[in-house]
Design a protein around this ligand. Structure first.
Ligand SMILES: C[S@@+](CC[C@H](N)C(=O)[O-])C[C@H]1O[C@@H](n2cnc3c(N)ncnc32)[C@H](O)[C@@H]1O
Length: 198
């Protein structure tokens, strides 16, 4: 799932995602005071635009230049900085963001957890880390057969890497409140919501 994979995926169709912000982000970010947000794996940018509309200064990052160009074309905002980058290679600025959001975005596990630690480090003191992914079914559907979802950090895995300087508010599986994307079998999400205390 490198840049080529995602570019080809985006080029298959004019628009993949619904252009609606993700419901779990809406639910939790609505209660936060706007500040600096980092939207990792921003795709076509619906979350970034929603955050900007609520007063956040948003850095929206995606590995795919096709996604970034499309996100910008779908609705640019002065409060959004669009960045094409592989977050595993180019770690975000440490302690710089009041909200770091990973919506259906994950990365491959590595022995030293370097990439994911770079993501965790991006959260400022007092800031929130929100990671949402599809629940992994016991029998993954056909299109996952050449990928093992357990090889990727799930929200709970990220929670296990947080130290004493964090408070974990949510680490659970929950029903989706909206219909899954067309053609998808996903009925539940796994969610991690954590706050850096110091
Ligand atoms: C399933 S999509 C989710 C898009 C968006 N968050 C949403 O919910 O609509 C995952 C996104 O992560 C991006 N991505 C994958 N690996 C990445 C990486 N290493 N660094 C930055 N973005 C990455 C992909 O290009 C893709 O747009």
């Amino acid at each position: 799932m490198d840049q080529k994979f995602w570019d080809e995926r985006y080029l298959e169709t004019e628009q993949i995602w619904s252009n609606n912000p993700n419901p779990v982000l809406l639910e939790h970010a609505s209660t936060l005071t706007p500040g600096r947000a980092l939207d990792l794996g921003c795709g076509e940018g619906a979350d970034a635009r929603w955050l900007a509309g609520r007063g956040w200064q948003v850095t929206a990052v995606d590995i795919s230049p096709v996604a970034i160009d499309r996100a910008r074309a779908l609705g640019d905002e002065p409060a959004i900085t669009w960045q094409q980058a592989d977050v595993v290679v180019a770690a975000p600025t440490p302690r710089a963001f009041d909200l770091v959001s990973l919506q259906y975005f994950t990365i491959l596990k590595t022995p030293g957890d370097e990439g994911v630690r770079g993501i965790i480090d991006a959260v400022a003191v007092g800031g929130t880390l929100l990671s949402v992914f599809h629940e992994i079914p016991d029998n993954p559907p056909e299109h996952w057969h050449d990928l093992n979802p357990h090889d990727f950090y799930q929200p709970h895995d990220i929670g296990t890497l947080l130290g004493d300087d964090w408070r974990i508010d949510i680490d659970q599986t929950q029903s989706r409140t909206t219909a899954p994307p067309e053609g998808s079998h996903h009925t539940h999400d796994t969610v991690l919501l954590a706050v850096r205390l110091s």
